[in-house]
Every structure is written in C-alpha cells, then in structure tokens.
Design a protein around this ligand. Structure first.
Ligand SMILES: *Cc1c(COP(=O)(O)O)cnc(C)c1O
Length: 445
C-alpha cells in the first residue's frame, strides 16, 4: 500500500521538533501574522501524501488531524491535484451567478444523490463551513417566516458573527468579540458519558427546554451535528435525533444536520446522520468535500431551498470552478476506492488499538467514535472531572514526537483523532504508542 504514495507511510524524525527551519519561519510569522490565528504546533509543513505530512526540515509526521477533518482522502492526492490543475489551466472564475458552468451543476447533482432523503433537492455552493451555516439560517428563516434558531450545547458552527452566536464555548471562540445577533438559543443535548440518559430521555429534556424557554412555533431551524467535532466527539444516544427530528416535523421547524466535520465519508457513511436513521431537511457540507480546496454547500428539500428569491443567496467565489473540479474528483475517488469502507476499517483498527484505554489508563474516562472520527475524554483519575492539563501534555509530547493530534471539548479535555481514511494499521499503532507514553505517565504507570 505504501509505495502508492510519494512519501513512505512511516514516521521518521531527522531533527528535533520543531526543526531549525520551522523555528526560523516561526520568527518571521510572529512579526507578520496576527496572534489571533493561534497554532496547535509550530511545525511548518512542506508536503504530504496519504496520512503523512513532511515538514520543512524533512521530518515525516503522522497526521491524525487532517487539518480538522479536511484531507479525509489523504494529503495531496494525485488525481484531485490533476483535476484541479487541469481546471485551473482552463477556466478559474466567471461567478456562477453571472455566467454559469457545468462543474457547479455536477457537484449539486452529486450532493442530491449522496445526501440522505429520497426527495427532490437543490443545493447552493459557497466557500466555507460557516458560510454554509449562515446560508442555511437565511434559507430556513425565509421558508418559515420565523426568526429563532436553535443549536445544541457543545455545538460548533463557525467563526463568523452569526455562527459564533451558534457556537457553545465562550472561550476562545467568542470572548470579547460581541455583540452577537439575537434569537439564537442553545439547548441541552445528549452526552451519554456525562448525562447517563437514553436518547429518548435526553430528547424529552431538550423539548421541554424549548417549550418552556423559546416556544416551538417561534423556531425557524434546529441545527445539530451528528457527531459534535469541536465539542468533543460527542455522539448522542440512539433515538435522540430521531425524536428531535419528529418534533421538528410536528412543529414546522427546519431540521438541519451540520455535516461539515462528520460528512463526506469520515464516519463510514456519506453523512453522519445516516447512523441515526434520520433524514434532515437541510444538510451543510464543507471540510472534506474537495480534498483541501475551499468549497461548502447547503443541500436540501427543493421547496425549502427554492423559497429564496433569486439573488437572495450567493457570493463571488462560491462554487469556484477549481474547487468544484476537485470535489468531483473526490467523489469519484470515494466511490472507486470504497473510502466509506476504508473509514469503517479505520474505526475497527482504532477500536481494537485504543478501545481499552479507559481500563488501562486512569486518566481516560471514555473512548468513543465512528469511522475515522474518535475522541478520548480525559478525566482526573476516579472521577469524571475534565482534565485539560492532560490533553495539553499529550499534545505537547505527540507533536514533538511526530504525531499531530487535535484538541476538542467544552472543557478542553477531549483528544480528537481524525486521520485520513487511508491511514494504515501500522501508522495507527505507532501513533497510539506515542500517545500511550503520556497516558502512562499521567496515570502513574
Ligand atoms: C469547521 C466547522 C464549521 C465551520 O467551518 P469553516 O469552514 O471553518 O467556516 C461549522 N460547523 C462544523 C460542524 C464544523 O466542524
């Protein structure tokens, strides 16, 4: 499998991390780049292939983050690169709403095919996840004539002003940057590790909160993430989404599955909500859709999507010819190489390799995930009290030993593991061994 890639699929360090060239770049960066763009590890990357990144000093690093779930199909895939390069040489921009082109239509057709639901659908293409969420808000408000927007506790929906208001954590995402738009409500979710409730019980609690605080008939849209990514890989108990989507249908509320992180093969299905046997009215897609090129979409029921007047939604770069060419290549690859199956293979390998961490390490409270999207919740031994310092220690040790991992969770205490679905079992094993060194030390072993 390895010789398929331009970089051997193995971890190999030739300098300390960060290496001398990274240190030099970091000095330049501090003088030029805003401090607000914080970085998890100041290792400057040069190239990548499959599940390996190569830094500017020539170190080969295992990537368990994929730039937060973007390079799901692997880094710098040849076929995606070729599709984008060919398109870039042919036509880079017209603005679809001035004069259209086929790629945009083809991506919308494909999204209609792969999103859940056997009904007529329409899509709009935009540039970023947050922009997709903003558009879904606008569309749902226009369709329903209502104003209120509901999101779940621990949600992450973006960093624009509107989507910050839909994002749960005050720090660091929102602090000092308000005011935020009104009519946005955060309601209780299902968090099996912490609340011990069944999906139905948690849903009744959520619905009661809505009825007593907001009023169902005021609500335009209810946003969920099938698996909360930044919120800490929180997977609601079975039945939770089913009951909430029924509640939405009963009350004329647009049910939106924000699949920006969980969608496009990451969980072993095209979309994460498929695991919950729920068909959303609208779906937002971004991150993994175009192999690293900026592209996002809102897809859903034709009557909802077509309720907006022409000119009511759009944007200069949305559905760019190059990004859409890359997305079409990504769709082909996922189907041809059975990357949904590969994500399920990664799930099996991760479960086998790290599933017993809660019994082996006293600082691990829970290991949970679906496909290539896992979370390890860190707690003080013998309690369920979040242990953010443990996460900091793991990230520090892993990144300085050539393994990129991500943080997550409302208490900064969930280690997030989101490798490419093409990652080998050997790389999973090697990366897990590096993380275990810190877990053992923290657990007093
Ligand atoms: C990343 C993310 C967003 C925001 O996407 P951007 O492309 O960063 O704007 C929104 N929702 C979810 C679930 C995400 O993971």
């Amino acid at each position: 499998m390895s010789d398929k890639y331009s970089v051997p699929q193995e971890r190999k360090l030739v300098t300390a991390l960060p290496g001398p060239k990274s240190v030099e770049l970091q000095e330049r960066r501090l003088r030029a780049v805003s401090r607000g763009a914080g970085t998890l590890a100041n290792i400057y990357m040069d190239r990548g292939a499959g599940a390996i990144l190569v830094d500017v000093d020539g170190n080969q690093i295992i990537d368990l983050g994929c730039g937060i779930g973007v390079t799901t199909i692997g880094h710098a895939n040849d076929e995606v690169a070729a599709a984008a390069a060919a398109q870039a040489a042919k036509l880079t921009h017209t603005l679809f709403t001035v004069t259209p082109y086929e790629n945009y239509v083809a991506v919308a057709e494909k999204l209609a095919e792969i999103t859940p639901g056997d009904f007529e659908k329409r899509s709009i293409l935009v540039n970023t996840g947050a922009e997709a969420v903003e558009n879904a808000v606008k569309i749902a408000r226009k369709f329903t004539g209502r104003r209120a927007i509901v999101a779940l506790d621990h949600a992450f929906h973006g960093r624009t002003n509107l989507t910050m208001a839909m994002t749960y954590r005050p720090w660091p995402e929102r602090a000092g940057m308000g005011p935020f738009p009104g009519e946005i409500y955060s309601v209780p979710t299902s968090y099996p590790y912490r609340d011990g409730l069944t999906g139905e019980e948690a849903a009744e609690k959520t619905i009661d909160y809505i009825n007593t605080h907001i009023g169902a008939t005021e609500i335009a849209a209810f946003f969920i993430e099938p698996i909360q990514g930044d919120g800490g890989i929180v997977i609601p108990a079975p039945g939770f989404f089913k009951r909430l989507s029924e509640f939405c249908t009963e009350n004329g509320i647009v049910f939106v599955s924000d699949e920006i992180q969980a969608g496009i093969a990451r969980t072993g299905a095209w979309y994460g909500i498929e695991h919950h046997d729920v068909v959303p009215d609208l779906v937002t897609t971004a991150k993994g859709i175009a192999g690293g090129f900026p592209l996002a979409a809102v897809t859903g029921r034709a009557d909802i999507m077509d309720s907006v007047q022409p000119g009511g939604i759009g944007g200069t770069f949305g559905g760019n010819p190059v990004s859409t060419a890359a997305a079409l290549a990504v769709f082909d690859l996922i189907e041809r190489d059975d990357l949904l199956g590969e994500a399920r293979r990664v799930e099996k390998a991760l479960r086998a390799r790290i599933g017993d961490w809660p019994t082996r390490f006293s600082v691990v409270g829970d290991v949970r995930g679906k496909g290539a999207m896992f979370g390890v919740e860190l707690v003080h031994p013998g309690t369920t009290t979040p242990y953010p310092e443990a996460l900091t220690a793991i990230i520090k040790h892993a990144t300085s030993n050539g393994v990129i991992v991500l943080d997550a969770g409302s208490w900064d205490s969930v280690l997030r593991i989101m490798p490419s679905v093409v990652i080998s079992e050997a790389l999973i094993d090697d990366a897990a061994s590096v993380i275990e060194e810190t877990l053992a030390a923290l657990s007093g072993l």
